[in-house]
Design a protein around this ligand. Sequence first.
Ligand SMILES: Cc1cc2nc3c(=O)[nH]c(=O)nc-3n(C[C@H](O)[C@H](O)[C@H](O)COP(=O)(O)OP(=O)(O)OC[C@H]3O[C@@H](n4cnc5c(N)ncnc54)[C@H](O)[C@@H]3O)c2cc1C
Length: 264
Amino acid sequence: MYAFEYKKAFSLEDAKSAFDSADDGTFMAGGMTLIPTLKQRLAMPSDVIDLGGIEDLRGIFVDGDTVSIGAMTCHAEVAASTDVKNAIPALAYLASLIGDPQVRNRGTIGGSIANNDPAADYPGALVGLGATVHTTTREISADDFFTGMFETALEDGELVTKVTFPVPEVASYRKFPNPASRYAVVGAFVAKTKDGVRVAITGAGPTVFRVPEMEAALNTSFTPGAIADISVPADDLNSDLHATAEYRAHLISVMAKRAIADCV
Ligand SMILES: Cc1cc2nc3c(=O)[nH]c(=O)nc-3n(C[C@H](O)[C@H](O)[C@H](O)COP(=O)(O)OP(=O)(O)OC[C@H]3O[C@@H](n4cnc5c(N)ncnc54)[C@H](O)[C@@H]3O)c2cc1C
């Protein structure tokens, strides 16, 4: 490990002033992605600003038809939350599928979405439910937040503070996990919301995406059969040692149909 300044922030103001006074600062949540990145020297920030002391960034709150989850809330808390299980069981289930117990106890929703790994699970839930990302400066709809592989709409120094999820009528998440890491080879999040059906696919492409053809068919008939003849072209999908683009295209249909079957 090379030398850097470690600073622990206890408030959002602390975090901002530490970032502003650093030559090249970076924030750390649970360190699940950041620490390996530093070890491999893929990033060499001058200052690592630990968000672990900011209590305002933690917690799960249900208010009417909205579930709010603080950025520093770890996956294990979401998976175990009775409030989340009651309001959006698919979200608690998705959190329970992430990595292993160690990852679920350190990894955070804010770190997961800021990192935007193409195989991460939470982007599927955010886009599938039509969530809103709250930051230190603005609110960003999930549809606009995930902009590309490991890229988001966040600007330098902008912190995710919480995510708000509208409670759907019904929702389900199905993923085909990589057997070693548990990351999604393909994950399908399907939700019937007050504004219609949303289908979000993670793991398959450079970043999470919706499938408008499936959504249109499901708005007419919310059954697995409604999407029987709809397939996503393999052209823009990921192809790597875990799965070819064609296999991922096939898995999208299978996972989406299973998610719909869970809902009906
Ligand atoms: C072995 C292993 C298996 C995993 N399996 C899965 C899986 O199955 N599914 C899955 O979805 N994920 C998986 N993950 C990822 C994991 O869920 C973490 O959420 C992810 O690694 C990010 O970690 P973190 O929350 O500790 O953030 P960190 O590593 O601390 O930070 C990640 C990035 O986000 C930035 N950041 C952190 N918090 C904020 C914030 N509030 N605002 C703005 N920027 C911020 C940091 O600056 C950094 O660039 C796995 C990770 C490991 C190591």
